[in-house]
Design a protein. Structure first.
Lengths: 115, 110
């Protein structure tokens, strides 16, 4: 049973457009929601993260929107650039120190930004 | 890269043989993790460790074992490799809330 569901699996966007990736979770104990970016041949790297006490967090062109009641969160990439072409993973974890401090990942979205 | 080194980076092995992957960290982090990455499945947790000799299973632990005899090393063993274990394996450490990943090991079981 996948606890974090991510969509779409792939996304093609024109340069300058907006990329939107959605995630839904089931476990209401999750209290930390990061997004990871992965380039081919590399390990995932933290992009931006949010906690459920805020509804939105913005860092540069990247914004997380969080809807606690719907148990959903999304990543928006504004003014998408070819260098943003990568695979993006949403994730969630339960409070630090509990059950191994584990991250549960979504299935990933491959984003291609066309010039 | 948070001082994480995975070895080997690539390996081809035959079905039924044991395989050990190594994760080495240089910064004495308590939590270490092994994930596998497969298309459409994201990263799935195999095993994790919360200290020397302290390990526990993740969601896809069948066919895998781990050992952590030193803080800096976390070993993943495929006891008898099968084709379904062909994957990219990532080691990670957890520092506060953030996870840092190694470069990955691409394992092919033929």
């Amino acid at each position: 049973q996948q606890q974090v569901k991510q969509s779409p699996q792939s996304l093609i966007v024109q340069k300058g457009g907006i990329s939107i990736i959605n995630c839904a979770y089931e476990n209401t104990a999750f209290d930390y929601f990061p997004w990871y970016q992965q380039f081919p041949g590399k390990g995932p790297a933290l992009l931006i993260a949010i906690r459920p006490d805020v509804s939105e967090k913005k860092e540069g062109r990247f914004t997380i929107s969080f809807n606690k009641s719907a148990k959903q969160f999304s990543l928006h990439i504004m003014d998408s650039q070819p260098g943003d072409s990568a695979t993006y993973f949403c994730a969630a974890s339960i409070p630090r120190g509990a059950a191994g401090n584990k991250l549960t990942f979504g299935g990933g979205t491959r984003v291609l930004v066309k010039p | 890269d948070a001082g994480i080194t995975q070895s080997p980076r690539h390996k081809v092995t035959e079905t039924g043989t044991p395989v050990t992957l190594r994760c080495h960290q240089t910064e004495n982090h308590r939590y270490m993790y092994w994930y596998r990455q497969d298309p459409g499945h994201g990263l799935r947790l195999i095993h994790y460790s919360y200290g020397v000799k302290d390990t526990d299973k993740g969601e896809v632990s069948d066919g895998y074992s781990v050992s952590r005899s030193k803080t800096e090393d976390f070993l993943l063993t495929l006891e008898s490799a099968t084709s379904s274990q062909t994957s990219v394996y990532f080691c990670a450490i957890r520092m506060n809330t953030e996870a840092f990943f190694g470069q990955g090991t691409r394992l092919t079981v033929v």
